[in-house]
Design a protein around this ligand. Structure first.
Ligand SMILES: C[S@@+](CC[C@H](N)C(=O)[O-])C[C@H]1O[C@@H](n2cnc3c(N)ncnc32)[C@H](O)[C@@H]1O
Length: 229
């Protein structure tokens, strides 16, 4: 009897130990946002309205929209304010989720967003969302194939955000890098999954005029490339 319960105890301890190791290993491989993070706190009524629309889109519109995760959205806003961006160019609007995160930053910097979308249904949803969030006045939504449309851009770019057709990233970079100001950023989504185009990775990691780091690689991953001064 005693032998049986001792054996049971040993088995339980071994199983608990194994479960702990697996949990630790998972934590190492896929660290998520830490438990000390809190939600963004609105400073004004306008920010409150924008954050509530973002929350609504997160809860009710994500399906089929391929939006960036919340933590990447917060990163886009933070970088926009940090570099004092006056002009952000986004390739791949979808329904406007990441665009509205940019707008949260651009309201503070007095900047504007030019965003490109090829799909008319998503473009029309984005227009609605920009109005709901009260940011439509600082957004120009260009409908059409961005590979052609970006050739019409002339204004200097503080932040370029690539989040459309993945094999197209290198073409967008080649066409728009000359417009990115020295000290400006090129942000690229999905640097972890789906697997990025190796030609794009080579272009941003081997050019001496650029400095690249990769963030949030436990999830989709964001490439942050500085165009050096
Ligand atoms: C990943 S989604 C963008 C998600 C958006 N940035 C967000 O986080 O809310 C990619 C979008 O790029 C659009 N797209 C794909 N190829 C395009 C092209 N050549 N020109 C413009 N938009 C394109 C797709 O229709 C799709 O809506």
């Amino acid at each position: 009897m005693l032998k049986k319960s001792a054996l049971g105890l040993v088995v339980t301890v071994v199983l608990l130990g194994a479960a702990h190791l697996v949990a630790q290993e998972r934590g190492r491989a896929r660290p998520g946002p830490s438990s000390i993070e809190s939600s963004p706190i609105p400073q004004t009524e306008a920010e409150k309205r924008i954050l509530s629309i973002l929350e609504d889109m997160d809860q009710n519109q994500r399906r089929g929209m391929m939006n960036v995760p919340l933590e990447d959205g917060r990163l886009l806003r933070l970088l926009t304010e940090t570099v004092g961006a006056k002009h952000v160019v986004e390739i791949g609007t979808s329904n406007g989720y990441s665009a509205i995160w940019f707008c949260l930053g651009l309201r503070a910097t007095g900047g504007k967003l030019t965003t490109h979308e090829i799909d008319p249904h998503r473009a029309s949803l984005a227009r609605e969302n920009f109005k709901r969030a009260g940011v439509d006045e600082i957004v120009t939504l260009v409908e059409g194939d961005a590979h052609e449309e970006v050739m019409k851009l002339n204004d200097s770019i503080d932040i370029l955000f690539l989040d459309a057709d993945k094999p197209g990233y290198l073409d967008y970079l080649n066409k728009l890098l000359p417009l990115v100001r020295p000290g400006g950023l090129i942000l690229a989504h999905n640097m972890n999954r789906p697997a990025p185009d190796p030609r794009y990775i080579k272009a941003i990691t081997t050019n001496p005029d650029l400095e690249t780091i990769f963030l949030n690689m436990h999830a989709a991953g964001v490439g942050v490339t500085l165009k050096k001064r």
